[in-house]
Design a binder for this molecule. Sequence first.
Ligand code: UDP
Length: 372
Amino acid sequence: MKNIVVGAGISGAAVARILAEAGEKVEVIEAKDHIAGNCFDYFDENGICVHKYGTHIFHTDNREVWDFLSRFTTWYPYMHKVLGLVEGQLVPIPFNLNSIRKVFPEGMARKLEDKLTERFGFGRKVPILELRQAEDPDLSFLADYIYNHVFLIYTTKQWGMKPEEIDPSVTARVPVYVSRDDRYFQNRWQGIPDNGYTAMIKNMLEHENITVRTGTAWKQVKDEYAKERIFYTGHVDELMDRCFGDLPYRSISFDFRTYDREYFQPAAVVNYPENNDFTRIGEYKYFLGTQSSKTVVSLEYSSAYEYGKNEPYYPIASAANSALHEKYMAAAREAYPNICFLGRLGDYRYYDMDKAVARVFALMRENGILKA
Ligand code: UDP
């Protein structure tokens, strides 16, 4: 059997590389005209590395994943910081003790900090939906404030639903942080590939056992490859001609702008949790500390995914959607006896980049390609 990898994103590239190093021949099929999937980036005429599909910040606690990727890139030691415009002030997101200091008068801030620290402990990360259960009137006031000013409108823009209507794991990604650490992530390893994600993924795919065909949709080759061993990272509903209806996703569109000034905003990402129709603005030169008299930003607008019209970005976690995904996978296994699924779209899971790669390692162990 041949190994066919459908999709040349970070999952597809990782699986291809591991197979190739195990001595297997691999063919990677990619519908887009470029590799790297939604991690794709490029250096513009000002030397600024622009992430075409939105800001990507690598962060992990998984040494195996970090060591693996570090074979294909060196890293710029960037630590991500996000600010949110809350009642006209830029405050750290995740909302933390410093954010409390910014938005409340001093005496009140101190009281709220003390209560939070006492109730949850310094260093705890508290999902907003958990904080909303607090019975203490001051904590309940704080929870309502954060819910209304940070989560409600942002989540409605991003998902078309209220925070309590989406899977709790989604808002728990950005918990209230009982800390003065303003970083977005606390993981042990964090950074941005020095030459960009595309270069890192290109290096992963550069192996004598790997061939890559971009601009080739799975549809074009599926009859030829149906019986091969297939590692499918695309959307599973498309694979089965959407026979059970569309699996829902959220999509994003970006309004990219180049400004003739050194910086546009004081952090790489500024969230707009209560204003405007866009969710956030990313400013790309921060990620590699690029010096330029120009700057590139993107305004991010979220919308429902529509087949053939825009790109799927986020699976929408719910029991009904998981059941539909399962149904599609079962049907796909009938049509393609040696298929397995991976990646954010293939697994229909809201993976960060490191989780996508960790999933590849797990799959390779399950398949006996890597030692258990
Ligand atoms: N979120 C929010 N306000 C914010 C930041 C995040 O309501 O200022 C919620 C929102 O529902 C979002 C989720 O938390 O979709 C996860 O945010 P994250 O930054 O992890 O999203 P990603 O970077 O993956 O798009």
